[in-house]
Design a protein around this ligand. Structure first.
Ligand code: ADP
Length: 273
């Protein structure tokens, strides 16, 4: 057994296939025999990006890791334990804002702790710390409808972080934001994940976003999603918006584009890098 095989992955998919069935019983295969490993990096965290065309099955894979949908075949493991349902150890951030409109920002963020029966002082202290982390301290008493799209997504991230999840699952969280807000949010994600040494699985169809955020990129085929390639990005010491115009960054973007192009031309082939 190799050294790699002895280590328990943070998240692992083993030959996962998943499908939807419509009312007439017609089956749509969304994920086909997908296998991937996200390594456990206890001190630094790991951000893995699932990159693939719209409709290929990315969210479906995320739903399996979240325990919101059961694979037809194959297995999903978190810390080596098979996923059997949803749990607070996996926090999900969706593209659509998911705050409660009738609660203030602070109450939204405290909500998860309230469900756990945690006392009000502890809730308040923890919410305050997280609101500070996501830059929302001044808006603690505002209601979601008073916030911009980017700020609403900050609330969603804070609501997830407060549960201290082992894995953050982010489903195109910035897809609805304008480019500049999107850049700010990408920087925020990198900042926040650095401080909580978290593992994140981030879904996007945006190649630049994938290269900017990822430690690892998992490139998926067209539907049904299968894994075409998994590769580690080089370490970029300074990840800010200036990085995106550097030759090193552009070279990685080109590499991914070439990979996707080859999969268009050659169909469902497994590509090694
Ligand atoms: P992606 O996240 O890559 O855009 P999804 O995982 O959302 O793709 O969807 C994969 C495929 O499954 C798409 O063809 C989509 O239309 C279909 N699909 C997604 N959710 C459902 C559903 N609840 N019922 C039926 N089909 C669905």
């Amino acid at each position: 057994m190799s050294e790699r095989e002895t280590e328990v992955a943070k998240v692992e998919l083993r030959n996962v296939s998943m499908s939807y069935r419509d009312r007439k019983g017609k089956v749509l295969l969304a994920v086909k025999d997908a296998s991937l490993r996200i390594e456990n990096k206890p001190d630094i965290g790991e951000l893995a990006v699932l990159l693939g065309p719209s409709g290929c099955g990315k969210s479906t894979i995320l739903k399996a890791v979240a325990g919101l949908m059961v694979p037809d075949s194959g297995e999903v493991l978190v810390d080596g334990v098979p996923v059997t349902g949803a749990g607070r150890d996996r926090g999900m951030v969706f593209q659509n804002y998911t705050s409660f409109g009738w609660l203030t920002v602070r109450q939204n963020v405290e909500y998860g702790l309230r469900l756990q029966g945690i006392d009000s002082q502890t809730r308040r202290d923890q919410a305050e710390a997280i609101l500070k982390k996501v830059g929302l301290s001044e808006f603690a008493d505002a209601y979601p409808k008073q916030l911009s799209g980017g700020m609403k997504q900050r609330v969603a991230i804070a609501r997830t972080l407060i549960n201290n999840p082992k894995v953050m699952l982010m489903d195109e969280p910035f897809g609805a934001l304008d480019p500049q807000t999107r850049w700010d949010m990408q920087a925020l994600v990198l900042d926040v994940l650095k401080t909580v040494d978290n593992t994140a699985l981030f879904v996007t169809h945006d190649i630049e976003e994938a290269v900017f955020l990822g430690d690892v990129i998992v490139v998926l085929s067209h539907r049904p999603a299968s894994v075409l390639s998994t590769f580690r990005l080089p370490y970029f010491p300074e990840r800010d918006s200036r990085l995106k115009v550097t030759p090193a960054f552009r070279a990685e973007v080109d590499k991914v584009m070439e990979l996707l192009h080859q999969s268009e031309v050659h169909g469902d082939v497994r590509l090694g890098l």
